[in-house]
Design a protein around this ligand. Sequence first.
Ligand code: GLV
Length: 331
Amino acid sequence: MKPSILVTRHVYPEAIAILEAAGDVHYNDSSDGLSAQALRAAAAGKRAIVCQLTDRIDAALMDSAGDLAVIANVAVGFDNIDVPAATERGIVVTNTPGVLTDTTADLAFALILASARRIAEADRFLRAGRWHQWEIDLLCGHDIHGHTLGILGLGRIGQGMARRASGFDMRVVYHDMQRARPDQEREWGIEYVDIEYVDKETLFRESDFLSIHVPLTEQTRHLVGAAELERMKPTAVLVNTSRGPVVDEKALADALENGRIASAGLDVFEAEPEVESRLLALENVVLVPHIGSASIKTRTRMCTMAAENAVAVLSGRRPENPVNSEVLGED
Ligand code: GLV
């Protein structure tokens, strides 16, 4: 009998083709997803679940599946899944790292440019019919080139930011739980940029642009709050493309309202799709709806990668991207 596979939400069709070749696919072809209760009902009897970051995959859901072998998340982040509960039950969890690195770094850099050069604000200004003449001080922002980029979290996407910064003649400082090896720092710093490891406090103090690239864990929840924002330069720009709860959104709204920092670019929010109402009212913040990896090519590849991961486990093979490799007997 073919294994039963649940796809919780709309995905690119290439992924469905891969899954259909390997199993019996139950596809909720809708972007709205299912309620917690409907998701539990849909999971019953499934060997694989292909899900997205908007699906909460908890222990109760795993138990209602019965004989679940794999949860394949179409995302690099997997804070929506109770991984310890999956590990306890021998269920493999997979994610989609690597394929979205450059697409997400592109968006983070776009937010740096848009925030510093007031691009969204300028677009609103022009469309509102407020542009009457060229003026010496019209919509002046801050330069990016020659300034310091701070990277909080030097994983794949953080490294992508360092590479991009070299094209803008920036100094790069970073903080991570673990310092990179000198040869890695040299490689990621590439030609014109010195990449320098600093403590967290120095990172906040010295960055003109601070870009966040850490996963959401209990240790990183509200990693950037009032105290950290207080340390930043009044001209600084904060960019978050990681997960919303890494930043205390209310503290950030305070800092932007009070001019404690100059501006922010946000792709992620604490309670998506809700956005702190004070942020919506501010001109000095660029807000986009969690589109970090949203290029057609990357999103298609994320879908096929998740499908391949699920099929690998169902066929008794090692998936490319296990999150809890101890379930595979590897750790
Ligand atoms: C997107 O946020 C992802 O984690 O892939």
